[in-house]
Ligand binder design. Structure first.
Ligand SMILES: [Fe+2]
Length: 387
């Protein structure tokens, strides 16, 4: 696998990475039939057929039309795949491509993408910023892999769905906390070992070179007061203690089974492991948990400054107290609708990655964002406090 911060050096590497991402996408839906792909399982999640068509349409728009100068295969059908124009709750009723037509569209776009790739220049000296260092290809890979995570959110609602073995292995890999963390999270004690971060100036954001989204730039310096941050994310055991004491709602997919809690995602009823980091909590739940523990959520800058010193990363995204705002000097690239239209006080930033995040997408400067009430995302909690 190519590390996330290194752009593909050759056209062969780009083609291989595109194929790998597509194999992952199709692997996710392989156990499902056409009816399941077209089903609206939740008003806040797209039917999978929309995601698949949108992935191919986004590829066609950027890799075939924008840089190849070609006409689209389905005329103005693309307007139904515009994520801003078509809110998730209406996507099941749109005249989108379905079934065999959808599969052949995905394959036809990919053929054209590879054909265009043959003829473009992607080196460091190329004038077009879309093509320089192969930026647009890395953007497309990230887009498809990020949609894989959205698809996995929906797949939690499909009874009997089994994760592809490779993704199940990734999930198993990041679930366990270290033995000491397991012990800490097992009991009712919310106390966790903390890392002290000194007051000072910290560099935040992505460097100029290499792939990153516009909202991660420009890299800039922020002044932070001294703070402490938990070495591990909050565990299920600590969250259960919090629920029992305060009567707070359980995370999404939890159900009571006698005197224990079970995870009902994908139609299973698996006992909740107290030592695993809690996920599927809203920002409000995360914030309330942190206060209950005598702490607070970190700001996104504190999170990024502390990032290299933490363990237990990667099971769930971690809510921060920060609104999703532009960095000073922000410039939208390559399109306003990726992040600029979401800036404001409505969305909170999440940092890190989850078990459903492809490693290519996870990087310390990556900013995820969502509405504070959302919990269908793989979202967890890490606490901080003033030093
Ligand atoms: Fe998208």
């Amino acid at each position: 696998m190519i590390p996330a911060d290194v752009l593909p050096q050759s056209k062969a590497a780009i083609a291989a990475a595109l194929a790998e991402a597509r194999e992952r996408t199709l692997g996710l839906v392989a156990p499902l039939d056409d009816e399941q792909l077209n089903t609206v399982y939740s008003p806040i999640l797209s039917p999978l057929a929309w995601d698949l068509g949108h992935i191919a349409n986004f590829e066609e728009l950027w890799l075939v039309q924008a840089i190849g100068g070609r006409e689209p295969l389905h005329g103005d059908r693309r307007r139904f795949y515009d994520a801003i124009e078509n809110p998730r709750k209406v996507r099941g009723e749109l005249p989108i491509l379905r079934d065999a037509e959808l599969r052949s569209y995905m394959a036809d776009v990919r053929d054209r993408t590879l054909d265009v790739l043959e003829g473009v220049e992607i080196g460091a000296g190329v004038e077009d910023p879309l093509l320089r260092d192969g930026f647009v290809y890395e953007m497309l890979l990230a887009h498809e892999l990020q949609h894989n995570e959205t698809m996995l959110q929906l797949l939690q609602l499909v009874d009997g769905y089994e994760l592809p073995p490779a993704i199940e292995a990734e999930r198993e890999l990041v679930v366990p906390l270290s033995p000491i963390s397991r012990q800490r999270n097992h009991g009712t004690a919310p106390a966790a070992e903390t890392v002290a971060i000194a007051a000072g100036e910290y560099e935040i954001g992505a460097p100029d070179r290499g792939f990153a989204y516009d909202n991660e730039r420009p890299r800039h310096t922020v002044e932070l007061a001294a703070f402490e941050i938990d070495r591990t994310p909050a565990g299920n055991g600590a969250y259960i203690a919090f629920m029992e004491e305060t009567g707070t709602e359980p995370p999404l997919y939890w159900d009571r089974d006698g005197d224990r809690w079970v995870d009902t995602a994908r139609g299973r009823r698996e006992p909740i492991d107290p030592a695993v980091p809690v996920i599927h909590v809203s920002w409000q739940q995360a914030d309330a948990f942190a206060r209950w523990a005598g702490k607070r959520l970190p700001t996104e800058f504190e999170w990024e400054a502390a990032r290299p010193q933490l363990d237990g990363l990667g099971h769930g995204w971690e809510w921060t107290s920060s609104d999703f705002l532009a960095y000073p000097g922000f410039e939208a690239f390559p399109y306003r609708e990726y992040s600029e239209v979401f800036f404001g006080e409505e969305h909170r930033v999440l940092r890190g990655s989850s078990w459903a995040t492809h490693p290519r997408v996870a990087r310390p400067s990556f900013r995820n964002w969502d509405l504070p009430q959302r919990n269908q995302i793989f979202s967890g909690i890490r606490c901080a406090r003033n030093a």
